[in-house]
Design a protein around this ligand. Structure first.
Ligand SMILES: [Zn+2]
Length: 288
């Protein structure tokens, strides 16, 4: 068993040398072994899908067609708020160890309206029931997505105003790190689906404003926040690039932008690791 880069390098080398294999290798998510990153495992060729679990939960699998047969890759999201250290994966009943390293994310201090720092009892009730809805969507694992992985495209055009993982302080108090990335697109700019998927939830949430959640399959879930308009409904099937809604500043937002959270196996991960390589580093010049 080996990590992704090895096999990716081999494949790249094969294509670069003009070898006549007419199998096009699919671009895979990129490995980054830090909290908020992704662990990749090249499991090898087998006819049947391997059985892979992490914390007893199923893991995303991507089949790659090669001249030798179907090569399976497991993709594990590493929770942003988790500690560095050893982790274990189970592949066909065998335990595989891997290490999550340390990463120092940037810090930012913000002054925000008081009602958002200390919400009322009524607001707390609403916040709790909304987080339950979001948790349910993040914890879902639809087998249907087994062969639907595709590298993502930017859901909106604009500079990245707040990077993934940013450690934030509101009015001097340490808050949760930024579990998504912010694209500073103007009010009313179009939002599109970064990959195909099924809309699993829409709503107007206390913190997140108008929100849309899209299940891309196999535990990979997008959440878009602060929309000025939602143009999809739960159950809608979207193809990559399909219209979702418009950028706004609803909920806790200091100005119009699209907040994009990407979750894999219920871990908040950096969306950039799932983007088409040719579209990086960002849709427009980045401020990171
Ligand atoms: Zn954000």
């Amino acid at each position: 068993m080996k990590y992704l880069h090895l096999s990716a390098l081999v494949l790249t080398a094969v294509f670069a040398s003009g070898c006549s294999i007419n199998v096009k290798a699919r671009e895979l998510p990129r490995q980054d072994l830090i909290p908020g990153g992704v662990a990749m495992f090249d499991i090898g060729v087998s006819q049947q899908a391997p059985k892979v679990t992490f914390d007893n939960q199923p893991v995303m699998l991507i089949p790659q067609t090669t001249s030798a047969g179907t090569d399976w890759h497991a993709v594990v999201g590493i929770e942003l708020k988790s500690e560095p250290g050893p982790r274990q994966l189970s592949i066909n009943g065998k335990t595989v160890d891997f290490q999550v390293g340390q990463h120092q994310y940037a810090e930012q201090r913000l002054t925000v309206q008081n009602k958002h720092v200390n919400p009322s009892e009524e607001a707390l009730k609403r916040i709790r029931s909304e987080s339950q809805l979001m948790r349910t969507a993040f914890q879902s694992f639809s087998e249907a997505g087994k062969d639907t992985w595709q590298p993502m495209i930017w859901p909106a055009q604009g500079p990245l105003s707040s990077p993934f993982g940013l450690q934030r302080f509101f009015n001097g108090e340490r808050r949760n790190p930024h579990t998504g990335l912010d694209i500073a697109a103007p009010q009313g700019a179009e939002i599109i689906a970064p990959a195909s998927g099924k809309v699993v939830q829409t709503g107007d949430y206390y913190f997140n404003g108008n929100t849309v959640m899209i299940d891309h399959g196999q535990g990979l879930v997008t959440m878009f926040c602060h929309l000025s308009r939602i143009d999809v409904k739960a159950g809608d099937l979207l193809k990559q690039g399909d219209h979702v809604g418009l950028v706004g500043a609803t909920g806790r937002a200091t100005g119009p932008h699209l907040h994009w959270t990407l979750s894999l196996n219920n871990a908040r991960v950096n969306p950039k690791l799932f983007m088409q390589e040719s579209l990086l580093p960002s849709p427009v010049a980045t401020q990171e």
